[in-house]
Design a protein around this ligand. Structure first.
Ligand SMILES: Cc1ncc(COP(=O)(O)O)c(C=O)c1O
Length: 378
């Protein structure tokens, strides 16, 4: 594949966070007042504003999105060895949260052009031991929540919604993260809003809220003896400094979403006619593309190039890209931890994980840096 590039800058990172003036003012407030731990008032402020933004009653700020998933799964308190359905095509955090709580992850393949878990595959995996599904929205578009909720209600299965990549996204005008019995988010530096590292759990259920709060904070005992702990918990607290950043970043979410969408649109217009790749559309009937990442999949196999090779090639031109997630059923460390049946197929996840990559998408990326044209095969 020949690649023509017009570049002014030498290196284009895949993503850099955008830090605003108010972010620095907030952080300095923490530093100047000494409120640097999780005890400061920004934590509650962030929990309140973030849960309100997503139309949920309670927010529990935690140290990262993986911690949020671990707490969410444990807080639900299912019997050991219960089955929880998760997508095979996602980050490892979902599988870890299920395994660490003593349950069995049951993997499902994704749709080829949607990249979210296939609802038909989910249907096939439900049995009497199934207690919940981790509904993860991947890269740009949300999962079909109407279909999923209907199925879960019928089968009496709970939805744990992993909206880590979907801050500011909606499904049929309802916020992603508002559908789950319990929902989780990440505020890692590459998310639409960041706290450096950070995560959030949302729920409307008071018991889940109390349990999650306790699990986040070592399950300290009651006033009689604080150091006689109620359960096996974690220190997954978010600091006031992180939360102060979250508070100011959230205020800018609308313009961040719009700007990222503009970046995505520019890529789409440049690449939509390239027959060698698939690039998802900018919007669908149920949602606009939120562009957590600007993702493409190589579809012309005769090019004899996969994501790994293309990533290396682009790096030579100073363009940093990232390959897609590596599916869970291919992870050696998870072997024997999940349930796979003989007839299971994960061919879609295998294809996109080999041929998918994402392109630079920082908010301050210049138009000239998007001037990336692929010609037809030599
Ligand atoms: C879908 C999904 N869930 C969970 C996480 C984990 O979040 P964190 O990196 O904050 O632990 C990520 C991270 O990108 C993610 O993409």
């Amino acid at each position: 594949m020949k690649i023509k590039l017009k570049l002014k800058n030498k290196f284009i990172p895949v993503n850099t966070p955008k830090i605003f003036k108010q972010d620095k003012i907030n952080i300095n407030k923490c530093l100047n007042t000494g409120w640097v731990s999780s005890e400061g008032s920004f934590v509650k402020q962030f929990e309140d504003s973030f849960s309100k933004y997503n139309n949920k009653k309670y927010g529990i700020a935690v140290s990262n999105g993986t911690a949020a998933l671990e707490i969410a799964v444990k807080a639900l308190g299912f019997k050991k060895k219960s089955e929880i359905i998760i997508p095979t095509f996602t980050i490892i955090s979902s599988a870890l949260s299920v395994i660490k709580a003593g349950h069995k992850p049951v993997l499902v393949d994704c749709d080829l052009y949607n990249w979210n878990a296939s609802i038909d595959e989910i249907k096939k995996k439900i049995n009497k031991k199934t207690k919940a599904i981790i509904a993860t929205h991947i890269y740009g578009f949300p999962l079909d929540m109407d279909k999923l909720k209907k199925l879960c209600q019928k089968k009496n299965i709970l939805v744990i919604e992993d909206a880590a990549e979907m801050i500011g996204q909606t499904y049929k005008n309802k916020r992603c993260g508002s559908f789950g019995e319990i929902s989780t988010f990440s505020f890692y530096a590459n998310k639409h809003i960041t706290t450096g590292e950070g995560g959030m759990i949302l729920t409307n259920n008071k018991k889940l809220y109390e349990k999650s709060k306790s699990l986040r904070n070592l399950c300290f005992g009651n006033a009689n003896n604080r150091f006689n702990h109620d359960d096996i918990g974690w220190n997954y607290r978010m600091t006031n400094i992180q939360a102060s950043l979250g508070v100011s970043q959230l205020k800018r979410i609308k313009s961040i979403v719009q700007k990222r969408h503009d970046v995505g649109k520019k890529y789409f217009n440049k690449l939509k006619n390239n027959k060698n790749i698939y690039i998802p559309e900018t919007s669908r009937s149920y949602a606009k593309n939120i562009y957590w990442v600007i993702a493409i999949v190589i579809i012309n196999k005769t090019l004899m190039i996969d994501a790994k090779k293309l990533t290396k090639k682009l790096m030579k031109y100073g363009i940093q890209t990232r390959p897609f997630f590596w599916p869970m059923h291919k992870q050696k460390i998870l072997k024997n931890k999940y349930k796979i049946n003989k007839n299971d197929s994960y061919k879609n996840s295998e294809y996109i994980s080999k041929y998918g990559l994402y392109l630079p998408s920082s908010l301050n990326i210049k138009k000239s840096q998007i001037e990336l044209q692929k010609t037809q095969r030599r």
